[in-house]
Design a protein around this ligand. Structure first.
Ligand code: CTP
Ligand code: MG
Length: 227
């Protein structure tokens, strides 16, 4: 199964001198950790990395652990990048075949969580890794005061990887785009198309490196979750 890796973001919230995927962490670039974990997984046949047009920082990998690494140019939003990655896959990857999508910014993903996602979601319409919400959830008013407490039952945080059939996911992303909806993950596009992706509980340490402070946490977790 191929894995599309959106890596065309600018990493604005980290505020570094380059997009966060190209910042060093634990001796390597952030994106190298992510790609290396994915390439180690026996169920992953190849990686389609989606880069921003004109990206000059990409280390030029064409294979990793014996698996092909290909690149294509992404778009303005994450969902545009994922769709570009799906399009760029070889015609040999059938429309009915499952593909994984995994954020370049999630280097701490555990291989056994990827295996569980493939095993549990592979039989049906697809699914995603996530975790049930643990904290009490507040709705803020305009001035940052707690206006009400939202129910927490059945609320999940969505992670990646997410796994769907190539054709169904492409169609769902295209349809969201036609409707002018910017979906924040693949599952949201599938929901809008009437599907109900399976939520597969994964480790909370599969963090999306988002702010500068996340680098210290990710460095710690990379040591702890070493494959
Ligand atoms: N991404 C992408 N194309 C975009 C936007 C994001 O491929 N147009 C990728 C990012 O590179 C990242 C993943 O999607 O691997 C998750 O996005 P996010 O964490 O929001 O990263 P950035 O958009 O780069 O960061 P920020 O929102 O802080 O600018
Ligand atoms: Mg972003």
């Amino acid at each position: 199964m191929w894995c599309v890796v959106p890596a065309a973001g600018r990493g604005l919230r980290v505020g570094g001198d380059r997009p966060k995927q190209y910042l060093p962490i634990a001796g390597r670039l952030l994106i190298e950790h992510t790609l290396d974990r994915l390439a180690r997984h026996p169920g992953i046949a190849g990686l389609m990395v989606v880069l921003s047009p004109g990206d000059e920082l990409w280390p030029g990998l064409s294979s990793l652990r014996g698996k092909p690494v290909q690149t294509t140019a992404g778009g303005a939003e994450r969902c545009d990048s994922v769709l570009a990655g799906l399009r760029a896959l070889s015609p040999g990857v059938g429309e009915a075949e499952h593909v994984l999508v995994h954020d370049a910014a999630r280097p701490c993903v555990r291989l056994d969580d990827i295996s569980r996602l493939i095993e549990l979601a592979g039989a049906g319409e697809g699914g995603l890794l996530g975790a049930p919400l643990r904290d009490t959830l507040k709705r803020a008013d305009e001035v940052g005061r707690s206006a009400l407490t939202e129910p927490r039952d059945r609320r999940w945080r969505a992670f990646t990887p997410q796994m769907f059939r190539r054709g169904a996911l492409s169609e769902a992303l295209r349809e969201a785009s036609r409707r002018g909806v910017t979906v924040s993950d693949e599952a949201m596009a599938m929901e809008l198309a009437g599907h109900a992706p399976l939520l597969v509980e994964g480790a909370e340490d599969n963090i999306k490196v988002t702010t500068a402070a996340d680098f210290a946490l990710a460095e710690f977790l990379l040591g702890r979750t070493a494959p």
